[in-house]
Design a binder for this molecule. Structure first.
Ligand SMILES: Cc1cc2nc3c(=O)[nH]c(=O)nc-3n(C[C@H](O)[C@H](O)[C@H](O)COP(=O)(O)OP(=O)(O)OC[C@H]3O[C@@H](n4cnc5c(N)ncnc54)[C@H](O)[C@@H]3O)c2cc1C
Length: 551
């Protein structure tokens, strides 16, 4: 390996790092897995990545397991951003934001959402698919995972926002993909090169299997499993769009270098109606009423998560600054005091927005009155503006970090962390999930994007213990049919990676799984991009790379 890595250093303008401390740092993402890379590369530009792919193609006969895995901020929860070969760090030099406007962002893939957000805000705009992890992650990771977040109730996952992607593919060249019409498609398919073959093969697959593909998409608003074949070809409009395939591809088809993505309007004012439930059963009555009011966002968390938020709110002092933190802490405690230490079972956060404080307030009151009209025995409370809402949003957004603080030798173990079902079945679904959680003794909290039926259920486990590890497979096996019964998917936004890749046939059936493999092999016939993930994942490989270190 060393001579090969030395040669690589002469080819790339960017860094090729092999120090043990660097390899150790990059051997984890936010998943339950670990893989130590042989080197971490920081390409300077697309030419560097093109040269790297050509280099791999030329050296594969000597080093058959040589591969590349792109990485943004490494916050992936499925094991998508780790590699036992070459890891490409896009967050170092691919950070240029080319342009922004009120409706479009054009940026390199490694730009962080933390930098993008204020820029778009200056145009009264935002990303419709920014995840809750927006303080850390990159736009390339958002697109490659087909991420979604609070705003996705209105704006969906990244696939709804993507407009164009540039990608370095297995032929060692950068290509640009976006929507094209039938005439342009004919021209592309007539090309006698790698790109022409891609268009021919993908077009024939989506045309010949049109109904199978459309029917296989989970019925939920959100999905980030599989390859995004459902929206590549629309017979009615005659639009063919291969950029769709890269949303959710997790670096398994190529390295995304450049992105054009829609920006959506950011309202001037927002506020929350907090709804406190005493029982999960109340969700079946409440969800349809809440959604009929078309809120901007609709999130929720259980009492354990809310309690952890109160307990660990102190950890946000540095992030918020002492003055802001003190204000929010007082506000939060005054809310909690109303419950006299008996917090309700579940807290729902329903957000409304508009361009005037009055309109926002009226919308919140509209829902509150509607709930009262139906005599639901729920307590509600108005946090009518951004300042009053802030502590609740901070708890919701930091919920996973709070969970991690609670370790005592157990760690947040994301494996059933992103199940998504049709929201009307939420109450039934959560009751069934709770039974399985109890059966396998998986101490887990529930939080998530309730408006989309998307739940983050993250058990606390010590997955290094064989007894604990042995729970993962049977628990997932029992959950799949329940999710399918309620029109859902195992991943609304966290994708497949190593943890859900092996479950693709169970969720989508063998015919669709073969189509997913066909996509992988069309783009990456030699499997040089991010192996052991998605269609190439195997449960045995994943289980043999369970994370051993947690700090
Ligand atoms: C606390 C916490 C909260 C989270 N909340 C959410 C949430 O609300 N919604 C949500 O969707 N996700 C969430 N996530 C998961 C994760 O943060 C998102 O999926 C995020 O978009 C990943 O971005 P990243 O830059 O960290 O990507 P990484 O983790 O670095 O990579 C993610 C995947 O994309 C691939 N990739 C990265 N860059 C490129 C590129 N340039 N070209 C090709 N492939 C690439 C990687 O190979 C990997 O498979 C959360 C994670 C944490 C830890």
């Amino acid at each position: 390996m060393k001579p090969m890595l030395d040669e690589l250093k002469t080819i790339l303008k960017g860094e090729v790092l092999t120090d043990k401390s660097v390899l150790n740092k990059y051997s984890h993402d936010a998943s339950i897995y670990e893989l130590a890379p042989s080197a971490v590369l920081s390409p300077m530009d697309s030419k560097d990545i093109e040269n790297l792919v050509s280099f791999i193609n030329a050296h594969r006969h000597i080093y058959p397991s040589l591969s590349i895995t792109p990485r943004g901020a490494g916050t992936d929860m499925s094991g998508g951003a780790i590699s036992d070969s070459l890891l490409i760090n896009m967050a170092d030099h691919f950070t240029k934001i080319h342009s922004a406007s009120s409706n479009l962002l054009h940026t390199q893939a490694g730009a962080s959402i933390r930098d993008i957000n204020p820029l778009l805000a200056s145009y009264s705009a935002m990303l419709g698919c920014a995840p809750t992890s927006h303080a850390f992650c990159t736009i390339g990771g958002v697109v490659a995972n087909n991420s979604a977040g609070e705003q996705s109730l209105r704006y969906g996952n990244a696939d709804k926002s993507i407009r164009e992607v540039s990608v370095v593919l297995a032929d060692g060249k950068e290509h640009t993909f976006g929507p094209i019409n039938k005439r342009e498609l004919q021209v592309k398919m007539a090309q006698k090169n790698f790109e022409g073959a891609l268009y021919r093969r993908i077009y024939s697959a989506v045309e010949e299997n049109y109904d199978l593909i459309k029917n296989a998409r989970p019925k939920t608003n959100k999905n980030s499993m599989g390859y995004n074949l459902w929206t590549v070809w629309d017979r009615d409009t005659g639009i063919f769009d291969m950029s769709q395939l890269f949303t959710g591809s997790q670096g398994t088809l190529g390295v995304i270098t450049d992105i054009k993505i829609a920006a959506v309007p950011k309202a001037k004012h927002s506020g929350l109606l907090l709804i406190y439930l005493t029982s999960l059963k109340q969700l079946s009555n409440i969800i349809p009423i809440v959604t009929s009011h078309a809120p901007a966002t609709f999130e929720g968390l259980d009492d354990i998560t809310f309690n952890l938020g109160i307990k660990y709110f102190k950890t946000l002092k540095k992030q918020l600054g002492v003055k802001e933190w003190t204000k929010q802490q007082i506000w939060l405690l005054s809310t909690v005091a109303k419950f006299k230490s008996h917090l309700p079972n579940m807290l729902l956060m329903v957000e409304f927005d508009s361009n005037t404080p009055k309109e926002t307030y009226d919308k919140i009151v509209g829902l509150q009155e509607d709930l009262a009209k139906y005599h639901f025995s729920v307590q509600t409370e108005i946090e009518g503006n951004e300042a009053a809402s802030a502590p609740f949003w901070n708890i919701r957004r930091a919920a996973l970090s709070f969970l991690r603080n609670q370790s005592h030798g157990k760690y947040a173990a994301p494996f059933i962390d992103d199940m998504t079902v049709l929201p009307k079945y939420t109450a039934e679904f959560l009751q069934k999930v709770r039974k399985i959680i109890r059966k396998y003794k998986l101490p887990a909290t529930i939080q998530g994007h309730f408006g989309d039926g998307n739940f983050h259920i993250i058990p606390l486990l010590d997955v290094n213990q064989a007894k604990e590890r042995a729970k993962l497979e049977p628990a997932m096996r029992e959950l799949v049919p329940i999710i399918l019964k309620y029109g859902g998917t195992m991943a609304g936004e966290h994708n497949d990676g190593m943890v859900r890749g092996p479950w693709l046939p169970a969720v989508f059936g063998n015919e669709m799984y073969e189509l997913f493999k066909y996509v992988k092999e069309t783009f990456d016939p030699q499997y040089i991009f991010n192996p052991n993930k998605k269609t190439d994942a195997s449960w045995d490989f994943s289980m043999s790379h369970i994370r051993t270190s947690h700090r």
